[in-house]
Design a protein around this ligand. Structure first.
Ligand code: HEM
Length: 191
């Protein structure tokens, strides 16, 4: 009778089976460690993952941009709405909080993580060209704009807002301008 139960003490082959099991795991781990030491394996993996990482990058960027366009619009209505009091005020505050926490923050983090994975993919970026620098500057400006919006949300929540609706309307154009710079930098690459 062949006993397949690994931990059954009644089984005459239990010890033998256990030894075999752990030896196999050890060999597997050792083999994969040796594999991982080979830089070609890692480079191959990153290159294979490249189209998937780029897809995830673009998806997260779209979600982030949607929030960056919508939040200043919410601020305009929040500030200009004459009837802002009681329930309306609470509704605006809750919409702004959810947009920032549920969509914009995770989307920004994902865009950065996948974007940096692309940066470290061999052969993708040539830092002697101009486009990676224009893109990097515009992306940093976009991140600063995100943080500026997060601070204004806190002001609105605390009742300390000093920014007018007109100012928020003008600031609403900032992500559009940066988006144009980023997309032209990364796709048309005229410089
Ligand atoms: C958050 C930091 C970001 C980093 C580190 C980053 C980095 C990168 C890198 C390295 C690529 C690959 C370029 C290539 O394949 O030749 C890429 C692709 C792309 N990025 Fe970003 N990016 C960031 C944010 C953004 C933002 C904010 C936008 C849009 C507003 C954007 C739009 C795109 C697009 C559309 C592509 C695809 C371009 C193509 O077709 O090859 N990225 N990004």
């Amino acid at each position: 009778m062949i006993c397949r139960q690994l931990t059954n003490p009644q089984c005459p082959q239990a010890l033998h089976n256990q030894l075999l099991f752990f030896t196999n795991i050890y060999l597997l781990v050792r083999k994969s460690k040796e594999h991982l030491k080979d830089p070609k394996v890692i480079t191959d993996f990153i290159s294979l993952a490249y189209p998937w990482i780029k897809s995830l990058h673009v998806i997260s960027v779209i979600a982030w941009m949607a929030g960056l366009f919508y939040l200043p619009r919410l601020f305009v209505h929040h500030v200009e709405s004459t009837a802002v009091s009681g329930e309306t005020e609470v509704l605006f505050q809750s919409m702004e909080l959810k947009l920032l926490r549920v969509i914009m923050n995770p989307a920004m983090i994902a865009a950065w993580i996948f974007g940096l994975c692309l940066v470290f993919t061999p052969g993708i970026i040539d830092w002697t060209q101009v486009w990676p620098w224009t893109k990097a500057i515009a992306v940093l400006a976009m991140t600063l704009f995100h943080h500026w919006l997060a601070l204004r949300r806190k002001d609105l929540l605390a009742g300390n807002n000093t920014v007018s609706g007109r100012h928020y309307r003008m600031m609403n154009e900032v992500p559009t301008i940066l988006l144009v710079i980023i997309v032209i930098s990364v796709i048309a690459r005229p410089f």
